[in-house]
Design a protein around this ligand. Structure first.
Ligand SMILES: Nc1nc2c(ncn2[C@@H]2O[C@H](COP(=O)(O)OP(=O)(O)OP(=O)(O)O)[C@@H](O)[C@H]2O)c(=O)[nH]1
Length: 342
């Protein structure tokens, strides 16, 4: 058991941790199936499901599943998340136990164990593992997120980028929940490959905001901007505060017109937004496509060149590295960009 715990908490990568959790529990209990369902804490919508079950020779295998495709099969998980209560039921000789995973008073997921054995010993195991998982992921979460905004910090960029590039070849599907109409346009027809894009968002003349209103209001602008980013980007897009008044978004889209539209909509939204006391604030945005072999620093540098172009041409705008290159605008009087790459 101690070996299992040591192996589990060795992981620094959440996906590997999730796999290890269901596999460990399945092996310790001899279950027919162990499932970990994770949700977005703000609204309990399922984010990912991973399941471990034995093959015909009894060897356990872990499979990620897509929550959207599971439909009614996830009914008990949703009830467990909603009630934040453990549940047990027995049907056709199969015992099912469901335990919520609770962090800071919110359900972040649920562990489900289906077993032919009565849930006497396994109950305390599943409870204990759910608590250890909640505590350990809280530590991982803290090390990967910016304290002020709750967005990812720059240390997480490489890992999040790898994750997105791995998902890149999967066709985009609409989210299971209603999303604002302008966001739906990024759902591509089945089979159309998505590309990953990186955008740097930089608040314009932020120094004036600090100088005129003080750092507390400066921080408030950063916090509100992060909230507006969350509201304008899709759930699966990955948002970072890169430090200071600089933010990064990683997202998938099939073509540059869509990317420009998404970023332009965000820019316009910020320009309309009334920040308390400070009033209106604008942002400049530079973006670039990320190839599967590109290092994060290369993608950042390209987006930063586009951002620099916007800063040099009036701010409050959106430009892409590729389109600037295509119209021969890049390199014309461009100095190195502002972002620290390392
Ligand atoms: N309130 C607050 N200010 C910060 C934070 N981090 C950096 N800053 C300030 O952000 C300001 C950034 O200034 P500049 O890099 O000159 O950029 P700018 O004034 O936005 O000008 P442009 O980007 O050219 O439009 C500096 O005054 C920093 O001190 C933070 O966490 N909170």
């Amino acid at each position: 058991m101690l070996d299992s715990l040591a192996a589990l908490t060795h992981h620094r990568d959440l996906d590997a941790l999730d796999h290890s959790l269901v596999l460990t529990l399945a092996e310790l209990t001899g279950a027919r199936r162990v499932t970990l369902a994770k949700c977005f804490p703000e609204d309990s919508v399922l984010e990912s499901v991973v399941c471990c079950s034995p093959d015909s020779r009894g060897a356990y295998h872990v499979h990620p599943l897509e929550p959207e495709r599971l439909g009614a099969a996830l009914g008990p998980v949703h009830r467990c998340l909603q009630d934040m209560q453990a549940q047990t039921e027995t049907r056709n000789g199969l015992h099912r136990q469901l335990v919520p995973i609770v962090r800071e008073g919110r359900a972040i997921g649920a562990l489900q164990l289906d077993s032919a054995l009565a849930p006497l010993r396994s109950r305390s195991l599943i409870d204990g593992f759910a608590r250890i998982y909640a505590n350990y992921t809280a530590l991982l979460h803290e090390s990967e997120h910016d304290k002020l905004t709750g967005l990812y910090n720059r240390r997480s960029l490489e890992r999040q980028l790898q994750r997105m590039l791995q998902l890149r070849d999967r066709p985009l599907r609409p989210y299971p929940l209603a999303v604002p109409p302008a966001q739906e346009q990024r759902a591509a027809p089945a089979g159309e490959a998505a590309q990953v894009w990186l955008a740097i968002v930089d608040i314009d003349h932020f120094k004036h905001i600090n100088d005129n209103f003080g750092h507390v209001y400066g921080d408030e602008v950063i916090l509100l901007l992060a909230q507006q980013m969350r509201a304008c980007f899709r759930r699966g897009d990955v948002l970072f505060r890169f430090g200071g008044e600089e933010f990064v978004a990683l997202f998938s889209a099939t073509d540059e017109v869509t990317v420009h539209g998404v970023l332009e909509r965000f820019r316009a939204h910020v320009a309309r937004f009334a920040f308390p006391l400070v009033g209106h604030v604008t942002v400049s945005i530079g973006y670039s496509r990320i190839g599967v072999h590109d290092y994060p620093a290369v993608a950042l540098d390209r987006a930063d060149q586009a951002l620099y172009f916007v800063k040099q041409h009036g701010r409050d705008g959106v430009r892409g590295y590729e389109e600037l290159g295509a119209c021969g605008e890049l390199g014309r009087g461009l100095a190195a960009g502002s972002i620290d790459l390392f």
